[in-house]
Design a protein around this ligand. Structure first.
Ligand code: NPW
Ligand code: K
Length: 528
């Protein structure tokens, strides 16, 4: 299941489902699913005997889920302590019923209270001083309305220092389920190893701070009738979304069958950037690749003599897919060349300096919005901020909204890079890319991504599928390299290129065999 739903959508689904069910049913299903996950985590931790579980239960229904799972674990004979931050009279009905079940069983309930509260030091102190094998976070789910403060904040600070496994219910408390930002100002969020999310998956678990805080995400649908789910506007990226566009190569083909890519960039002192993009385009199947330099052009690339190096001023860009921006600099020469390619109806990828030039020049912005050829923009958050004339903080606070805004404004496909890259198209659809890791946080990997996009466009993938596959392959290759010990420290952009080629060929082979199912199952899971 690749659909992602906003809090507003989940609320609607929840209301529709609750209408047809006896009170408390969904919460009990959530508790039962969470119990299975908790037991699996305790098993994996190979605890010899008598594991101790700490359950944090907040004031709302997320706390109700926590109380339900606490009651179940205690019933199963596990030693459970609940840190309760709820007053029964103010709990929602289902949560109060769950509190009753927890109180009736063998769980120990403590009320750590506020730091100023005279009861707090003893209750909180007994929690702080004990050894825990598993913590279950049920402070807040989709109802978090402001930053965590007081006693709950202090407890989360403590939990985040523990060496034991942490399971978050629905979402890690403190995280915004729509954006993946930490609810602030000055907020804090639980860092979980696993998150079991209810009803459907949520975008905030997969982008911005989401991947660091949610860990591995599992979905418990609570047996809700799929007909109650509206058509999704957001998806988790994976081969299932773009495999249709990948085609086996016909035997009767030649280099002209797979298109030309011209990379425009490489001002004086920055010639490596277009070389990286061009090498990536070559290794991802473009028939011929040109590296076109704004300033002086090298005779050829000794490590990759298949590339053709040219002066950009003399090159005819009208018959190629163009990747503009890697190392192009911000000089007027680069601006003129960019204006020329923007006016051509060719497939175009804009990266790096090309995006900065557009951000600084209204005429280029108009040319970009008016293009008839397919366009992919690949900004990192700072480039996106320049394009939208806001700060990078504003972009990161709602990455989905920023990517959508850019796509609509420039009538282009946008890949907003970062942890959980967001791919958006002008109609408002978005996909969040789950592959990739911090090994990619090194110079040149953006040039490589732009080159992969160019190669796939040149091979006639529609721009949406080209962007989805490029983002996924780029991250997937980095994941495989890290598994092999090539990173996360010290992975170079050059090493990424052959790994992307391997991933693309493996994916093509799977598509040809119609064996994508296995891969589809893997991609809904974050690496912790
Ligand atoms: N309904 C169902 O059947 C099902 C629901 N499910 C579960 O319910 C969760 C949603 O439950 P929810 O709507 O009660 O929201 P939840 O996240 O528990 O918190 C809201 C409470 O917190 C309070 N509050 C907010 N911020 C605060 C802060 N910073 N500091 C202190 N207090 C703060 C806020 O009160 P306020 O003060 O804002 O009026 C309110 O009391 C969902 O994520 C899923 O886990 C599943 O079991 C499926 C079935
Ligand atoms: K939670």
């Amino acid at each position: 299941m690749n659909e992602l739903y906003t809090v507003a959508e989940i609320r609607q689904i929840e209301q529709a489902a609750l209408a047809g069910l006896p009170a408390g049913t969904l919460m009990q299903r959530a508790g039962a699913a969470a119990m299975q996950m908790a037991l699996a985590m305790l098993d994996n931790a190979s605890i010899a005997s008598a594991p101790r579980v700490l359950v944090l239960a907040g004031p709302g229904n997320n706390g109700g889920d926590a109380l339900d799972v606490a009651a179940r674990l205690a019933q199963a004979g596990i030693e459970v302590t609940v840190a309760l931050y709820a007053v029964a009279e103010r709990q929602p009905q289902d949560a109060r019923a769950a509190l009753g079940r927890a109180q009736a069983g063998a769980a120990t309930l403590l009320a750590p209270g506020d730091p100023g509260d005279s009861a707090a030091p003893s209750a909180a102190g007994s929690i702080y001083q004990r050894h825990w094998d598993l913590v279950i976070d049920g402070l807040f789910g989709i109802g978090l309305a402001r930053p965590l403060a007081g006693a709950m904040r202090a407890m989360v600070e403590f939990i985040n220092t523990l060496p034991c496994q942490v399971l978050a219910l629905d979402i890690p408390s403190g995280l915004d389920a729509d954006t993946g930002d930490i609810v602030g100002p000055g907020g804090i969020a639980v860092r979980a190893h696993r998150t079991i999310t209810f009803i459907a998956d949520k975008p905030g678990l997969h982008t911005c701070h989401g991947r660091d805080h949610a860990g591995q995400v599992s979905i418990a649908t609570l047996d809700i009738d799929p007909a109650l789910l509206p058509p999704a506007q957001a998806f988790l990226n994976g081969p299932i979304l773009f495999a249709d566009a990948l085609r086996p190569r016909p035997q009767n083909s030649h280099k002209g069958s797979f298109g030309d890519v011209a990379v425009l960039g490489g001002a004086h002192g920055m010639q490596g950037a277009p070389i990286l993009a061009a090498r990536a385009a070559l290794h991802c199947g473009a028939g011929r690749v040109f590296a076109c330099f704004v300033d002086e052009a090298p005779g050829y690339d000794p490590a990759q003599p298949e590339l053709m190096c040219r002066h950009a001023g003399d090159f005819d860009f009208s018959k190629t897919t163009v990747v503009a921006g890697p190392g192009s600099g911000g000089a007027s020469r680069a601006n003129e060349l960019l204006a020329r390619v923007l006016d051509l109806p060719v497939p175009l990828v804009l990266d790096a300096d090309a995006l900065n030039l557009v951000a600084a020049d209204r005429a280029l912005q108009q040319r970009l919005a008016a293009r008839t050829g397919a366009t992919i923009l690949t900004p990192h958050p700072l480039e996106a901020a320049r394009l939208l004339a806001v700060s990078a903080g504003v972009i990161q606070a709602d990455r989905l909204a920023a990517a959508r805004q850019l796509a609509a404004r420039f009538q282009a496909i946008v890949i907003l890079k970062g942890s959980g890259s967001v791919i958006a198209r002008p109609d408002g659809s978005v996909a969040i890319n789950p592959s990739g890791n911090p090994a990619l946080a090194t110079a040149g990997t953006g040039d490589v991504l732009a080159g992969v996009c160019g190669a796939l466009l040149a091979q006639h993938l529609p721009p949406w599928q080209a962007a989805l596959s490029a983002a996924w392959l780029h991250g997937h290759a980095a994941d495989r390299l890290v598994e092999a010990g090539v990173g996360p420290v010290g992975l170079s952009a050059s090493e990424l290129i052959p790994a992307i080629r391997t991933a693309l060929n493996a994916l093509n082979a799977l598509c040809t065999l119609g064996a994508l199912g296995a891969l589809g199952a893997q991609i809904t899971v974050n690496a912790h």
